[in-house]
Design a protein around this ligand. Structure first.
Ligand code: GDP
Ligand code: MG
Length: 177
């Protein structure tokens, strides 16, 4: 029994959603492999990456799912959301239309959620300050109104990418333990 306790495993599914080209795939590749691609093309088929972190001396694994381009056709399926304990809702701070879409993504997430989901609103591409269309305050206000965590990130220069994922994973861990 003691041995089982020591080897207790945590594996949480986390999904990344948001409009096409907001940087979802690059956030994941930056977090999981420290890679960034300027000309990333949508991959075919659902993909996920597994990433581990240490919380309270325990190894916690997150299986992080990327939509692999289905969002372009509004065809993200219920299978994608199934079993998710965490979600990153991503918009591009330089395109306000992607911010306006967040409420639709939130509705879709809520519709498909079977459990408490740790949710992080992510304003990506914060390196594009000169092209900013969504203020930090607008992001914060929406997050507060909807009960989401909020962070701005840059997959390009790595700002807050690790934090975005790890805050969600820690919250899931807190929710279940
Ligand atoms: P997805 O469709 O949401 O998966 O978006 P991608 O990850 O494929 O990124 C779309 C485009 O935005 C690509 O050309 C990326 O190089 C670019 N991109 C992604 N993240 C950032 C970022 O943080 N800053 C900037 N400047 N460009 C980014
Ligand atoms: Mg993608």
């Amino acid at each position: 029994l003691m041995e089982e306790d020591a080897e207790e495993e945590y594996l949480f599914k986390v999904v990344i959603i948001g409009d096409s080209a907001v940087g979802k795939s690059n956030l994941l590749s930056r977090y999981a492999r420290n890679e960034f691609n300027l000309h990333s093309k949508a991959t075919i088929g659902v993909e996920f990456q597994t990433q581990s972190m240490d919380i309270d001396g325990k190894e916690v694994k997150a299986q992080i799912w990327d939509t692999a381009g289905q969002e372009r056709f509004r065809a993200v399926t219920s299978a994608y959301y199934r079993g998710a304990f965490g979600a990153l809702l991503v918009y591009d701070i330089s395109r306000c239309s992607t911010f306006d879409s967040i409420s639709r993504w939130l509705d879709e997430l809520n519709t498909h959620s079977e459990t408490t989901v740790a949710r992080m609103l992510v304003g990506n591409k914060c390196d594009l300050e000169a092209l900013r269309e969504v203020t930090v305050d607008e992001g914060k206000t929406l997050a507060e109104a909807q009960g989401l965590f909020f962070i701005e990130t840059s997959a390009l220069d790595s700002t807050n990418v690790k934090a975005a994922f790890e805050i969600v994973i820690k919250e899931i861990y807190n929710n279940v333990s």
